[in-house]
Design a protein around this ligand. Structure first.
Ligand code: ADP
Length: 173
């Protein structure tokens, strides 16, 4: 599966894939970090679709995912998933982060996406330990890709050097 996984350093809003994943929050109304960058780059259309989802189902639960347009960005869709806030691992954070990756991949397939890009979910404001988060990301995506041929490429977009090196080491192993 290694040949279907790519690691890049940079800004996920610039990546041209079928769907980029947003590390959103349960309100779906936007926030800081990658969420803020995605709403700024994509424009008003994303928030408009988020508001419709909120009206229908009242936001998005931790570990789950919803999909909207990518607005003005080169990607076609944004898959918004809500990572867990790290709380010393006492609140099932590992499983919740695993579910973010699985549910995003499933939603991508349901919308005929063949390529998607993930940020380092939960490793910013939500303080999930970066090494553990990278291990969960790589293992969950690798496992998923070994079970389907519908997804052709997954790009991990690392924003900082520490994450980039963690992913490099994990994928070299
Ligand atoms: P969370 O609340 O899930 O921790 P953050 O947005 O704070 O979400 O951080 C998630 C990760 O996204 C962090 O590693 C952060 O450095 C990274 N990040 C921030 N801006 C961007 C961006 N424009 N493109 C890709 N990754 C980004």
């Amino acid at each position: 599966m290694r040949d279907k996984i790519e690691i890049v350093k940079g800004d996920i809003t610039k990546i041209k894939v079928d769907a980029i994943v947003n590390a959103a929050n349960t309100s779906l109304l936007g926030g800081g970090g990658v969420d803020g960058a995605i709403h700024r780059a994509g424009g008003q259309a994303i928030l408009e679709e988020c508001r419709k989802i909120i009206a229908r189902q009242g936001g998005c639960k931790t570990g789950e995912a919803v999909i909207t347009t990518a607005g003005n960005m080169p990607a076609k869709f944004v898959i918004h998933t809500v990572g867990p806030v790290w709380n010393n691992g006492k609140y099932d954070e590992e499983n919740k982060l695993t579910n973010c990756y699985k549910n995003s991949l499933q939603l991508a397939i349901a919308n005929n996406c063949q390529s998607l890009a993930f940020p380092n979910i939960s490793t910013g404001i939500y303080h999930f330990p970066k090494k553990e988060a990278a291990t969960i990301a790589v293992n969950t995506v690798s496992q998923f890709l070994s079970e389907t041929d519908k997804i052709k490429k997954v790009t991990f977009v690392c924003f900082d050097n520490e994450n980039y090196e963690l992913y490099e080491n994990l994928l070299r192993a």
